[in-house]
Design a protein around this ligand. Structure first.
Ligand SMILES: Cc1cc2nc3c(=O)[nH]c(=O)nc-3n(C[C@H](O)[C@H](O)[C@H](O)COP(=O)(O)O)c2cc1C
Length: 261
């Protein structure tokens, strides 16, 4: 699928074929995509644990649920639990930056050398950053989140449906017995959609000009209608939800999957 169409077709899928298995290869592709995302100082905070729903003991499955992420966990045959490894920066101490120097990605033209990393970047920027817990958490989670969003697109490119949810923040670490310095981020629920791929249409967003500015706060970035038309033609901007017949579709899914209406 073309990139713009993948972006356009992605929407949170919440109805899955509960018993249709997902090919292991497709799960690997999702993880490979996350791994190639850009990452601040190439630290690689993101970790993932892939589980088949049916291999999770029922008590563990229920510990992972929240009131807004319960049925989706029951329906999706594969769950990918994402974590942020907060310990990584002080374990690697700038070594991945030095790898980038050796790879010719960070060049002397821009001031980079092993010495710059060892004498300045790690001790003066990175190590102090980890001591400001709140700022460090925000930076690491935002970074890992970007990688997960790339991976989410890969699921759709592979013809799957997916949705991100936040699993129970109190119990997820404990359920999987992860190291002390990992924190739970999100779960990606993955499977073949039981709903149509349109899933009722592209979901609402605030107006473009309310979100993006030009030059200064208060001056909206002008949205060119011709570009919008081009993106519609490329299937990135699609018909907005709710499409006609969505209520009937949900009723049919409820009946078929034995769900409350
Ligand atoms: C980090 C994150 C956590 C989310 N958590 C939940 C959740 O717990 N339950 C849920 O139904 N949807 C969850 N969603 C899905 C959003 O509600 C969804 O993105 C929103 O409805 C926008 O629609 P779209 O994803 O279909 O474009 C989450 C999305 C993200 C990115």
């Amino acid at each position: 699928m073309e990139f713009k169409e993948v972006v356009g077709r992605r929407r949170s899928i919440r109805f899955f074929e509960p018993d249709k298995p997902v090919e292991r290869e497709k799960i690997q592709i999702i993880l490979e995509t996350a791994r190639l995302a850009s990452c601040a100082v190439n630290a690689q905070w993101l970790r993932a644990i892939v589980v088949e729903r049916d291999k999770l003991p029922p008590e563990k499955l229920s510990q992972l649920k929240t009131p807004v992420a319960a049925l989706t966990l029951d329906l999706a045959p594969v769950h990918i639990y994402f974590f942020v490894d907060l310990g990584v920066v002080n374990r690697i101490k700038g070594s991945r930056l030095k790898e980038l120097v050796d790879a010719g990605a960070l060049a002397p033209t821009h001031g980079w050398s092993h010495k710059f990393v060892d004498d300045f970047v790690y001790p003066q920027i990175l190590e102090p950053m980890t001591r400001n817990r709140e700022g460090y958490l925000a930076a690491a989670c935002a970074d890992a989140g970007g990688a997960v969003h790339n991976a989410l697109l890969a699921a759709f490119d592979e013809g799957l449906g997916a949705c991100l949810n936040t699993p129970n923040p109190m119990l997820t670490r404990q359920v999987f017995g992860v190291p002390e310095d990992w924190i739970s981020l999100w779960v990606m629920l993955v499977g073949y959609p039981a709903e149509s791929w349109e899933a009722g249409g592209q979901r609402p967003r605030p107006p473009f000009e309310e979100l993006y500015f030009e030059g200064e706060y208060g001056t909206p970035f002008r949205r060119d209608a011709a570009v919008v038309e081009k993106l519609k033609a490329a299937k990135m901007i699609q018909a907005p939800a709710p499409l006609p017949g969505r209520r009937e579709e949900i009723r049919g899914l409820a009946e078929r999957l034995g769900l409350p209406e």
